[in-house]
Design a protein around this ligand. Structure first.
Ligand SMILES: Nc1ncnc2c1ncn2[C@@H]1O[C@H](COP(=O)(O)OP(=O)(O)OP(=O)(O)O)[C@@H](O)[C@H]1O
Ligand SMILES: [Mg+2]
Length: 418
């Protein structure tokens, strides 16, 4: 049989060779494809008789590869293809803020400081990554950045270098096969490289960790699981290296898979709760510095109490500042009809000085606070649903989260009864 098929192919092979001599690779590639087809058809015939001729199949595959390599459609091995994708390499960032930028959260900060200090002094045998979790807008991202600045401040006098990698998920994640894993490896390699010099520490921060590694929803795909497995291996690979500290943050800890939280990985979880009265007051006192175009004549305690009564987060207060500033500006420019951006800019330039002489007052803030809703209720209702579905062990791990939800329910019920 093999010989019969070979006879059928011989003419085509001769033509292909002639095409190659003329430099027509595409032409030859197309003919080789036909040759592969002839061998494959022959193979199918033998298969149908119950005695498949493996030699025919081998020939078919051989000419198929020849054809693809000439037509340029040969699939490269994965490693080679990955080499062509530019690798994402994180750059260390210098953070200038320290933990004083984070208002309130005394207990949280104390826990973080203790964990980090123990690590720096090598008091732990198996150093864990630290996960910040809690409602949105409560300062988790701010805490990670401030911690990096705090480490620098504490250690630079003793000749240490602190490298902070704030890994942007969008730069790491890719839908292309294998690329996310490759990028993650690169992040860890880079952090290791920086930390390999004596007296060097790398902090690697993965924000919105539930978006990168998730146990639920569409992420629970083959791709998601491969990425998670790679991430675990990379975290495990840090074992015994006290000078690389993985930090993570999430507002949906219930979406994180249990293996991620195992000791040696993100084994330390620290709750970042909504701000208390003192923290909110401090925010009203300090955010004014971030709006230098305005002057303020306010009573932070009073506004803090208003914000507390509405269960605002730090992000909510920031939003209130922005809205109040816009309102104040608009008050000065009460124009009817339509005008262009250029005209508005011109007017604001002229009126900028008036802004300085008309301070923002408690009344300005109160009007905005009254019209602003806390961002927490939606989160509470979603997290409560997730917790109900979660296995017992999981709920025990995040027991503080349950307490937070319970307290919120009690508060809501009390408010309803007033
Ligand atoms: N305790 C705080 N002290 C000072 N500012 C705060 C505090 N909490 C939040 N903020 C401010 O609120 C805004 C949101 O904070 P941040 O981004 O850190 O929240 P987050 O907890 O990371 O939220 P998310 O879960 O949505 O990512 C920032 O502008 C931050 O400066
Ligand atoms: Mg954040």
């Amino acid at each position: 049989m093999l010989n019969q098929v070979r006879a059928r192919a011989v003419g085509l092979l001769k033509t292909a060779r002639a095409e190659l001599q003329k430099g027509n690779e595409n032409g030859a590639g197309r003919i080789y494809k036909q040759v592969a087809r002839i061998y494959y058809d022959g193979y199918k015939e033998t298969k149908a008789t119950g005695k498949p001729d493996k030699g025919l199949l081998d020939e078919a595959q051989r000419w198929n590869i020849e054809s693809k390599s000439l037509l340029g459609t040969l699939r490269q091995p994965l490693e080679e293809r990955l080499d062509e994708v530019p690798a994402f390499t994180p750059e260390p960032i210098k953070e200038t803020i320290d933990l004083t930028a984070v208002k309130g959260l005394h207990e949280t900060k104390e826990r973080i400081l203790n964990t980090v200090a123990m690590r720096i002094l090598n008091l732990l045998e198996k150093p864990d990554g630290i996960l910040f979790y809690g409602p949105p807008g409560t300062g988790k991202t701010l805490l990670a950045r401030a911690l990096a600045g705090e480490c620098t401040k504490a250690l630079e006098n003793s000749g240490y270098k602190v490298y902070f990698f704030n890994v942007d998920r969008s730069e790491v994640q890719s839908h292309l096969f294998g690329v996310t894993e490759k990028n993650l490896k690169n992040v860890f390699e880079t952090a290791k490289k920086y930390a390999s010099v004596e007296k060097s520490i790398s902090l690697v921060f993965f924000d919105e960790l539930h978006g990168l590694i998730s146990s639920t929803g569409s992420e629970k795909s083959e791709l998601g699981e491969r990425v998670a497995a790679t991430f675990y291996t990379l975290l495990d690979g840090l074992s015994g290296r006290g000078n690389i500290l993985p930090i993570g943050a999430t507002n949906y800890p219930t979406k994180l898979p249990a293996p991620l939280l195992r000791s040696g990985r993100y084994g330390v979880s620290i709750l970042v709760p909504p701000p208390d009265l003192e923290a909110l007051t401090a925010m009203f006192g300090s955010y004014t510095k971030e709006f230098p175009a305005f002057t303020f004549k306010i009573n932070p305690e009073k506004l803090g109490a208003k914000a507390k009564a509405k269960s605002f987060t730090g992000a909510d207060v920031k939003g209130v500042f922005e809205k109040t500033a816009v309102r104040k500006t608009q008050e000065l420019c009460n124009y009817e009809g339509e005008r262009s951006l250029a005209e508005v800019i011109e007017e604001l330039k002229i009126k900028q000085n008036i802004l300085k002489t008309k301070p923002i007052t408690d009344a300005d803030f109160e009007a905005v606070i009254a019209g602003t809703k806390s961002s927490l209720p939606l989160w509470y209702s979603e997290i409560e649903k997730d917790l109900e579905k979660a296995p017992e062990a999981y709920r025990a791990y995040f027991s503080e989260l349950e307490t937070l939800v319970k307290q919120n329910n009690e508060r809501t019920a009390a408010a309803r009864n007033v």
